[in-house]
Ligand binder design. Structure first.
Ligand code: 5IU
Length: 264
């Protein structure tokens, strides 16, 4: 039998990053470990989707550079929905440049990501300077960073010693690093610090993939088998005929897998 895992509440107590602590408590209170990947092109649709699925999610993941419109008003509306429904906003920016460049990209430009995204993420390809740069902007705003430890796509290169180096960097920077994007954390970091959160994209109710290399696992296998904490679901929800009802199904699947893993 698998060892029993600590509850989200227990882990919130030892989390060192402010967002990680907030998210673990939010998940426990709202009984959801579901994040939606809101990859819609229309801003109108984005806001409607946030309002529809808001009650069922802990995290709303954006790709702001997909949207047809972005301005201070849209930003404010998304922030209001996050407050109304109690979810965190995660801009899936995948920063990947040197420290000084990511400082400018994270704080400025058209999108000013650090002003509204509770969470963003980065590749560790450039080395630890990328964490230092993002932290220089985000720490004082109370933000959190996820490091990409593994990807969901066929043939990805984030494996082995690369993944190990990401794990070590996260341990070292827990004031700003909230956790990881990962696929099978139990296989490479069985004893990750409990305050670090694992989020996993590539999730649908049935295994499968798309024709561009995406690979899907089920909520049960991701939370139960692979030892992740948060399922990230895109087309499985916003592509369904009733996104709200489908989000509720994913919420229930993710939550029951979590309950089974903490009581095992
Ligand atoms: N995403 C992945 N795989 C990854 C990472 C991010 O799919 O390894 I890092 C993003 C891409 C998309 C969402 O925004 O997660 C998954 O969407 P679908 O559930 O529609 O495949």
């Amino acid at each position: 039998a698998k060892p029993k895992r600590q509850s989200y509440e227990q882990r919130a107590e030892v989390a060192k990053n402010a967002v990680s602590k907030q998210l673990l408590n939010l998940m426990a209170k709202k009984k959801t470990n579901l994040a939606i990947a809101a990859d819609v092109a229309s801003t109108k649709q984005l806001l409607a989707l946030a309002d529809q699925v808001g009650p069922h999610i802990c995290v709303f993941k954006t790709h702001v550079d997909i949207l047809d419109t972005w301005n201070a008003e849209v930003q404010g509306e998304l922030q209001s929905l996050a407050e109304k429904h109690d979810f965190l906003i995660f801009e899936d920016r995948k920063f990947a440049d040197i420290g000084s460049t990511v400082v400018a990209q994270y704080s400025g430009g058209l999108y000013r990501i650090a002003d509204w995204a509770h969470i963003t993420n980065a590749h560790l390809v450039p080395g630890p300077g990328i964490i230092q740069g993002l932290k220089q902007v985000g720490l004082e705003k109370g933000r959190g960073l996820l490091l990409l430890a593994e990807m969901s796509s066929k043939g990805h290169l984030a494996t082995g010693s690369y993944t190990q180096a990401v794990a070590a960097a996260a341990e070292e920077h827990q004031d700003f690093v909230a956790g990881f994007i990962s696929q099978t954390p139990s296989s490479w970091q069985p004893q990750s610090s409990p305050g670090l959160i694992h989020m996993t994209p590539g999730v649908q109710l049935a295994k499968g993939g798309d024709n561009l290399g995406q690979q899907y696992n089920t909520p049960q296998s991701v939370i139960g088998g692979a030892g992740s904490d948060v399922i990230i679901v895109g087309r499985g929800i916003y592509g369904a005929s009733d996104p709200r009802e489908t989000a509720q199904q994913y919420q229930e699947a993710g939550w029951s897998a979590y309950l089974a893993s903490v009581s095992a």
